[in-house]
Structures are given as C-alpha cells and as structure tokens.
Design a protein around this ligand. Sequence first.
Ligand code: ZN
Length: 210
Amino acid sequence: MNDWNIQSRSRLCHGCDNGFEDQQIYHSLLFSQKGTYERQDVCKTCWKGQFSDTSGAAKGFISHWQGRYQSPPPPPPEAIRKDTAETLLRKLSEKKLPHYAGALYILAVMLERKRVLKVRGQVREKGQRIFIYEQAKTGDVFTIAEPDLSVEKLGRIQHDVAELMENGLPHELESENEDPARPKQGTNASNAQVISGEINQEKEETHAEA
Ligand SMILES: [Zn+2]
C-alpha cells in the first residue's frame, strides 16, 4: 500500500462532469485500487443514482463522507502584498546589498505593522542601531540596521521600495549570489543578516507593546 497522499477536492462531479457550485452538497468516495487510494467526488444526484442504495463493498469504495463545496475564494490582494514584502525582505537580507539597506529597513517596518514581524530587541553597533526582528510564525530572525533616513536619502529609499514592490529585484541581482559592489570582508556595509531559529535575548527589549 502506498503512503497516504493528499488529494484535493475536485471541481467537477466524477459521475456527470457537472461543475460543483458554491455551497453545493457533494459526496466523497474513497476507493482502494491496486495499492493506491483514489478519491472521487460526486454530486447528490449521482450519489443517489449510483451509490447510495448499494453497500460500499459492492461498489468498491472503502469510505464515504459528505461535504459542502466552497468555491475557491479569489486571491486576497492583501495577502499577496504581505508575501511579496516578506519575500523581498528575505532576498535582500540574504544578499546583503548595501544599496538596499534603506529599502530593507522600510520593508521590515511595513511587515512589523502587519504583525508579520515582531521587534525582539535592538543593539548598537558602531553607533548604528540594529533592530532584531522575528518572523512571528516561523521564528526566523532578521537583524536589520536602521539606515540614514535623512530627507535627501528618504526619497531614494521610497523610490527603491516602490520599485521593488512593483517589479521585484532587478534581474542581474536576482540571479547572482554575490553583490560585486560588496567588500569581501564584512564592513559596515553588511548590515543585514538572517538567523534562523532562536537567538539569545540579552538585548534590551524595545517596542514593549505597540
Ligand atoms: Zn453528478
């Protein structure tokens, strides 16, 4: 017998090929055939006509249940934006691109507002403030430096963020592992990193409860 696998609900009745409508009752039948399970979803009519008056054994199915069909919801735009911001944050964190230090920070703040990230602490390094962010669900930790947000830089940073959200990382950066502009040995330039899992938290707590 094969391992159990996931078989998602069909959009069509296996008996008559009619599409299920939202909130329609359907019947699921599980067959065991040649060492695998096969799921069939049928409408009420087909269930009554073909299956309900016979025993499962006669028709060969080993399990049966009834459900209510729910049309797949349209993709939630908010969730997509969240994912995009988080995906970008991860990419920028991994690539440690000095040019995007500002954008990285802004993305982190956006994700914090959406409660995707939590501030777990902050440290000072060479006069620069470093925030420790934790991804609320996965526990991944990001350390992200507070950039120079002076007025003349802020314009460029906002432009970078808008550009990233619209188009993602520029192609040449997406495919590279190393940023050629980055100094070989870590300097102030490498001000972002991802640490998976737990960290020691002897840092001062910040943003106690927003
Ligand atoms: Zn049917």
